[in-house]
Design a protein around this ligand. Sequence first.
Ligand SMILES: [Zn+2]
Length: 299
Amino acid sequence: MPIVRHPEFYFSDGSVVIIVEKTAFRVHQSVLARHSDVFNDMWDVPQPNKVELYDGCPTVILSDSVNDFVDVMRVIYDAFHFDKLKPDTNLSTLITFIAGILRVSTKYSMQQLRNKCISVIQEKFPSTLRGCDEVLTRGIQYVPSEIVRIIPLARETVLPKVLPWAFYLCAHISVDEILANSVLSWRDKALCLAGKERLWEMQKKKTHGFLLDFKQSPQCTQQCQTRVSRSLKLENIETLRISPHPLEEYTDWKSLMLCIKCQSMAEAQHRDGREKVWQMLPGLFHLGTWDDICKDQSC
Ligand SMILES: [Zn+2]
């Protein structure tokens, strides 16, 4: 196949040529070097007799996807490229927008570009309980087919900080849908399913125990135990079991009609439980601890 010049990124005053999947990009070494030492050094190795030339320029062939490479050229040559992402951009568009940039910037140590991608994605996939509360309050709609795309991308580009929340969201996908999914590896499918069980355990024991197995306060004066034990029907319990959500903040305390002692005890258990679940979240999906994750992502 002959080499084709890219219609947008083949500049007549470009100083180097990069060939990706038979597409030639004639670009400026000094511009690339501002973003990446790897690109800076790429042409500096002294090989006087071995320099490949294309159209009179030193040339390298890269083994990336041409679409990913075009996305990176867009960011480099258009200072406002990221402004095309609006605050209400849906997750699928956002993942498509950043995936190529993230892959190439990770591979060629383009740290600023990579950090920009990370900050965009971490707005939707928080790594703190406060961030989790924010996304829950904003009511971001997570579509299963979009969530699962982030998992292999995060693994490929060493972004472990987004994985706990991504797996947590996957716990809301039905078992059949997880098994039939073509994006996730079998290992990640197993982690989703095991995590679903563990989140349900957390919801029963750590965060929402007061709805399932209410124990009244020793100082209770109104026999709260007898009323609350009947507050959840079996069908509601079954819904929770197949789609556990222990980090969902419970706010409907008044409807339980507890005495003030029982309510403050249940509220404290719920609050502490949510913090514990957040701390334990990576471990529930075999991702180590938050500290391990921070080391791996060097943050
Ligand atoms: Zn009570």
